[in-house]
Design a protein around this ligand. Structure first.
Ligand SMILES: [Zn+2]
Length: 448
């Protein structure tokens, strides 16, 4: 038996690091690495330019023996890396920052990484956009701005991270910007203090774990619009929106409904997972993104339905993270279905929405689990995902559906979730008939 024990030890030492094993993004993340918290300090000396200084302390926990630490990173030049305060060697290879020190199972370490330089983005050939740190140059009518837009893997463009939703974490974000510039990040604002060099530093804290791509940061010349605090049962939620000063009232108007939408969705989904919410409007023509507690809303997306969709993602995607990128329908199906729940809460006809979803699938559909990155955000993920939930609701009735959504949001919060997990809950809570119905919607090539 000694022989076996010895070879086990040798194996533990020699087993190379492997990524998380995502079906669609096999290079992302490190298996067995758990980043529990990111303490992130970013300095933006000239908003609108890519110039960025970062000082990130990651609290790492090893869930298995790790021969080294391999973080996702494609950001500015590294200045220094410390391991529990001691300088350590590091190297960069293929969008990874590698620290060649073993981290035994069960051990924690505080890894601090400083970097400086221009932060670019990560090209996303599927969406034809650049992900990650965004720079919006100043124009004659609008001062420069920066913000994050990272789904699925853009956060690695500005901080080293375990850049996969299966490793959600809490965040403390401190932003240092020139005086007069507004800096906002996901979470609750803790402090805003002036510095002697003409800058000020603002700190936000997010104590509910979120996936790295959901970290929202925005820097620019912004109007801050504080809404009346929201009380839902014994829950207290502060609401604040941010608009570039040049944005007209017509674009700002739909955001006044945020509190009503949050209240209506809480009825269906259960308690709102955070204590603050708002939107930040950005000028580039990108999709809208549900950055946690601070949705990133392009001007074009400043419509009630999109606002509803991104609020729904605060439960589905942010609080309940994906276990694999092939399961994006779990995010998009729920968020799309929320549009119907809100329409209904308004006393409006939902038939046009249902027809619209079927129309979107007329050119073709597929089983709900994506097999290529191009399928992650296609019509099937959104429209078929929503229709599957509608079919389930129609079969089991509103009360059982509401109870199911509450249980799903509560029990899967912070738990990397896959289609199989949702099916398992369907079977245990709603019975085999409901599970079979949902399974048909998930697996059949054509629409059931
Ligand atoms: Zn969405």
């Amino acid at each position: 038996m000694l022989r076996t024990a010895l070879s086990t030890v040798l194996l533990a030492v020699l087993t190379p690091s492997t990524p998380m094993g995502d079906t669609l993004y096999p290079h992302l993340g490190q298996l067995g690495l758990n980043v529990t918290h990111y303490d992130l300090r970013l300095t933006v000396p000239t908003p609108g330019t890519p110039d960025l200084r970062s000082d990130t302390t990651l609290t790492l926990h090893a869930e298995r023996d790790l021969p080294d630490v391999q973080l996702d990173y494609s950001g500015p030049a590294i200045l220094n890396v410390t391991w529990n305060g001691q300088p350590v060697p590091h190297r960069r290879a293929a969008d990874k920052l590698i620290i060649p020190l073993p981290l035994p199972a069960g051990q924690d370490v505080r890894l601090r990484v400083t970097a400086a330089g221009p932060a670019g983005g990560v090209p996303d050939p599927t969406l034809n956009i650049t992900l990650g740190w965004q720079s919006v140059p100043a124009t004659p009518t609008q001062p420069g701005a920066n913000f994050t837009f990272s789904e699925p893997d853009g956060t690695r463009s500005f901080i080293p991270c375990n850049d996969h939703p299966a490793d959600p974490a809490t965040f403390t974000t401190t932003l240092t910007v020139p005086r007069g510039v507004t800096a906002v990040a996901g979470g609750t604002r803790l402090a805003d203090h002036p510095n002697l060099d003409g800058t000020h530093s603002v700190t936000y804290t997010l104590t509910t774990p979120i996936p790295t791509y959901a970290l929202g940061i925005s820097v620019g010349t912004l109007d801050t619009v504080r809404r009346p605090d929201l009380r839902i049962g014994d829950q207290h939620v502060t609401l604040t929106d941010y608009f570039p000063t040049s944005i007209p009232d017509t674009v700002r108007a739909p955001y006044a409904r945020t509190g009503d939408i949050l209240t209506a969705l809480s009825d269906w989904f259960g308690p709102y997972p955070f204590s603050t919410y708002g939107s930040v409007v950005v000028t580039p023509d990108l999709p809208a993104l549900e950055t946690a507690t601070l949705s990133t809303m392009p001007v074009r997306s400043s419509r009630e339905r999109v606002i509803v969709h991104e609020i729904a993602h605060q439960w589905f995607g942010n609080a309940v993270p994906l276990g694999d990128w092939s399961d994006t329908w779990l995010n998009e199906g729920f968020a799309t279905y929320a549009e119907l729940l809100w329409t209904q809460a308004q006393g409006q006809d939902t038939a046009p929405l249902l027809r619209g979803w079927r129309d979107r699938l007329r050119p073709g559909t597929r089983p709900l689990t994506a097999t290529t990155p191009a399928q992650m955000f296609d019509a099937t993920a959104y429209a078929r995902g929503a229709l599957a939930l509608h079919a389930l609701r129609t079969q089991i009735g509103d009360d059982a559906f509401r109870a199911f959504l509450h249980t799903y949001a509560r029990t899967r919060a912070g738990q990397p979730t896959r289609t199989a997990d949702m099916l398992h809950l369907t079977r245990t809570q709603l019975g085999p008939e409901a599970a079979t119905l949902l399974e048909n919607w998930i697996t059949q090539p054509e629409l059931p």
